[in-house]
Design a binder for this molecule. Structure first.
Ligand SMILES: [Fe+2]
Ligand SMILES: [Fe+2]
Length: 375
């Protein structure tokens, strides 16, 4: 018989479980197992660590490595057969749940000119960040949107959605971000294929941007009571211009440079209940200080190049590279250019952390706020 240790998580610290195995206790534990029960003190120190212990590994996925495989997928499978033709980011610490970091999924989707995927809906919330190509469009709940590079698009939970590229466009690639692993952890995921495979466009093209994207101007008499933003597409040009203007008026954050959140224009809160997103600018020569907080983060370098240090691991990034910051990992960012700004797009699960009262943050006190680079 294999002898099992029941005291491997002992800690000789007041207030923590510190019970050594004895023949009598081990027999007792085995009897408890027979009735599908256990003694908390044998696992307490494991299931309640002193601080968050992320299983996610700090990772960078370089676009020059991913892009050929993403384009090749278009030669290997059709959107109809694949459902969604996506190459997903598989964090070595999160393979079991197909997550890129924490409870967040991400992948790169490609479509060729003239292709249209079938419409579906799911409990998971989704977002998209357009990486390259001309002519992409998406239809969400009857709202058709044209998509350009660096546009940020929402597909909130439960809405019919489908994507395509117009016949006169070019091959397009975008990053998908979903909370699928979280929804699965909550055992709350449903998936439906549209009964007619495609949905009707029931609003003028780009109407959500026309209606809700004006700076500090909201239309009168437009009711909206859904738990997500009525603005589905956040275009790059006005977003970047907002950052440039804000950069002239602020010192910025020690940890993030000039950062602005994509928000629900009606509430000022996050764009969707489970996922938020931001765009940040690192000014020429800027190097931020390190801090850590709860929440999982996936960044895409949108403009320029530089590096981030995540728990001592230096990740050098350039345009379109994607990297993650796991929960409670120290992180700091640097722009490599002394003359141009660099921009990072980011999506995360902070709305969940905040809603559940689990957000914590800590600055790195030592070494002037900079981590030693360990690898
Ligand atoms: Fe979807
Ligand atoms: Fe941060």
């Amino acid at each position: 018989m294999v002898r099992t240790s029941h005291d491997q998580y002992r800690e000789n610290v007041a207030g923590r479980a510190d019970v050594a195995d004895t023949p009598e206790l081990v027999a007792y534990y085995e009897e408890l197992e027979q009735i599908a029960a256990g003694a908390l003190w044998t696992v307490a120190n494991k299931i309640e660590p002193w601080q968050p212990k992320s299983e996610s590994v700090p990772m960078i996925w370089r676009y020059r490595d991913l892009r050929p495989y993403v384009l090749r997928s278009a030669e290997l499978v059709t959107p109809e057969k694949a459902g969604r033709r996506v190459i997903y980011l598989n964090n070595p610490g999160r393979r079991e749940v197909s997550a890129a970091v924490g409870w967040l999924y991400s992948g790169l989707q490609t479509m060729k000119p003239g292709e249209l995927a079938s419409a579906h809906a799911h409990s998971a919330s989704a977002l998209r960040f357009i990486m390259e190509g001309r002519g992409a469009f998406t239809i969400v709940d009857g709202h058709k949107m044209t998509l350009g590079a660096n546009d940020f698009v929402l597909t909130p939970s439960g809405n019919w959605h489908e994507h395509g590229v117009s016949a006169d466009g070019t091959p397009c690639i975008w990053q998908d971000g979903l909370d699928v692993p979280l929804v699965n952890a909550m055992e709350a995921g449903f998936y439906v294929v549209h009964p007619e495979l495609n949905q009707a466009v029931t609003h003028p093209v780009d109407d959500t941007t026309a209606t809700w994207a004006a700076t500090a101007l909201h239309p009168q008499g437009t009711a909206w009571n859904k738990p997500y933003s009525p603005l589905f597409k956040y275009e790059w040009e006005p977003s970047y211009e907002s950052l440039r203007r804000y950069a002239r008026a602020t010192e910025g954050s020690l940890f993030d440079g000039v950062l602005m959140n994509y928000v629900n224009p009606l509430t000022g809160g996050p764009v969707m209940p489970t996922m938020g997103a931001s765009m940040q600018m690192l000014r020429a020569g800027e190097r931020t200080r390190a801090h850590r907080h709860t929440g999982s983060f996936l960044y895409q370098a949108v403009k320029g190049s530089g590096y981030s240090i995540v728990n001592g691991k230096r990740l050098d990034w350039t345009e379109r590279d994607i990297f993650c910051v796991p929960s409670w990992a120290f992180h700091e960012h640097a722009n490599a250019s002394q003359t141009d700004d660099a921009c990072l797009f980011c999506f995360h699960d902070l709305p969940v952390m905040n809603a559940l009262g689990l957000y914590r943050e800590q600055a790195l006190a030592e070494n002037g706020g900079h981590q030693p680079v360990l690898e």
